[in-house]
Ligand binder design. Structure first.
Ligand SMILES: [Zn+2]
Length: 460
């Protein structure tokens, strides 16, 4: 049997990253992500995997985001007991992210059972907190840049990708072959994160294409934030920032502190309303080895990089509810980033009808999410079964993306010193993936193809 690679997710779509590497001697799963967004995608999480989980030698994770890691508890529940390899930063983040994802699953099932909104009785969670703990017991953190054997004739090396803390490009050796998966590529010259590291060569390359057809605006990424803060001040309203707990929240906090210090914004009360973001911020502060030079400078000057002047943590549900009585101007950072769940839903249902409110979405909003609807100008959204009119000012900043844009993906690809034999475009909606494929053909002359969901390709 020739070694093969099967695209089980993040093919023709952004979420659900799962790629099965099958050699005669080992089976290794690259990424173990959850499908998110449209219901039709989420339903795929319930389908049994097309392989026996117990037969896997190992799972390799590029980073902790749920669309790359969130299927681990389900895999563990289905009998996987092998090692899960990732970087130290990723391992720390998984300890907060997997139990949180499990809580959300349990809450959703619970809600469906109480309100009879599911066709299944009883509605069951996709996985539980126990399943998440089972998966966490299998995590084996490894150092970046150090090759490690992960199966017979299979090895891997994690290389910094600059996307979120711990995020890596994975270089997988399969016998004499080198398979490289970009994971999620970060951006160049952004706060907090280092640049994506160049990779010299690959026989087979998988490259993400979230923004494969887009260039991020060249504006000062902080400028959108300044405008939004000023509107909140003028309107004496809320600036509500739905933000991913990991990465975006820290970037926003870091930028708010920098803007305050530079006198570009007044020091408003800033609430971080997300237990997970609070923990993630602590983890970011604990990983100096991941730091980029600018962040390192802030730390060595004795400053706390993620702490604006009037900073408040809303840890408990009571803390969060108490925010209902807080008048603007105020900045509230709350999860989830695409308004698919979490505390931000309560704030949105309270604040969207108020024209004094400014909502700032930063980064990618997947199809089917409330974030996408709002970004696209919806006049109303459904939250907790109620129709909520949208009178707030909705702002979007793609400058806050954690993903490389087309130009930055190309910049990273140009670091290779020979063309891969084949480049598979993954992790993008169809138009984005197709555009990147064409760009790679035009600019680099490399053979490239858009990965097809469910397709197996030979590696030799
Ligand atoms: Zn990611």
């Amino acid at each position: 049997m020739t070694p093969s690679l099967t695209f089980l997710g993040a093919a023709g779509t952004v979420t659900g990253s799962r790629f099965l590497l099958d050699t005669r001697r080992s089976r290794v799963l690259l990424e173990c992500g959850l499908f998110q967004g449209l219901k039709e995608l989420r339903l795929r999480n319930w389908a049994p995997p097309p392989f026996d989980p117990a037969s896997l030698s190992a799972v390799l994770l590029s980073h902790a985001h749920i669309d790359h890691s969130g299927y681990l508890p389900r895999l563990a529940k289905a009998g996987f007991t092998g090692p899960i390899y990732c970087t130290n930063g990723t391992a720390d983040l998984l300890r907060i992210m997997l139990p949180d994802a499990a809580h959300l699953q349990e809450e959703e099932a619970d809600y469906a059972n109480r309100h009879g909104t599911s066709t299944h009785t009883p509605a069951l969670p996709l996985f539980t907190v126990d399943d998440a703990e089972k998966a966490l017991g299998l995590v084996r953190p490894v150092k970046v840049n150090r090759p490690v054997g992960v199966g017979r004739q299979v090895s891997t090396r994690f290389i910094r990708s600059g996307h979120i803390l711990g995020a890596a490009i994975m270089e997988v050796g399969v016998g004499d072959l080198k398979v490289v998966h970009s994971g999620d590529l970060g951006r160049y010259n952004v706060p907090i994160m280092p640049d994506p590291e160049p990779v010299a060569e690959a026989d087979i390359l998988l490259v993400e294409s979230t923004y494969g057809n887009r260039l991020h605006p060249r504006e000062d990424p902080a400028a959108v934030l300044v405008t939004a803060v000023n509107r909140a001040v003028d309107q004496k309203g809320w600036l509500l920032i739905p933000a991913f707990a990991v990465g975006r929240s820290q970037e926003v906090l870091y930028t708010l502190r920098e803007l305050e210090e530079a006198g570009r914004i007044p020091s408003l009360a800033v609430y971080l309303d997300s237990p997970m973001a609070i923990e993630a911020t602590a983890i970011y502060a604990q990983h100096p080895e991941e730091e980029d030079p600018d962040l390192a400078k802030v730390v060595s000057a004795g400053k706390r990089p993620f702490v604006p002047r009037r900073f408040h943590l809303a840890r408990s549900v009571q803390d969060s509810k108490a925010l209902n009585d807080v008048d603007g101007p105020v900045i509230v950072i709350s999860g989830s980033g695409m308004a698919t769940g979490g505390r931000v839903l309560h704030h949105l249902s309270h604040r969207l009808p108020d024209p004094r409110t400014t909502v700032l979405f930063g980064g990618y909003q997947a199809a089917g999410t409330r974030g996408r609807l709002l970004r696209d100008g919806a006049k109303g959204v459904r939250i907790f079964g109620a129709d909520i009119p949208v009178r707030a000012s909705i702002r979007v900043s793609d400058a806050y993306s954690a993903h490389a844009d087309q130009g930055e993906i190309l910049r990273w690809l140009k670091g290779f010193n020979r063309p891969p034999r084949m480049t598979y475009i993954v992790h993008g909606e169809p138009e984005a993936a197709q555009a990147l494929k064409e760009k790679i053909g035009q600019d680099l002359g490399w053979p490239a193809t858009v990965a097809e969901a469910g397709a197996s390709v030979p590696l030799q």
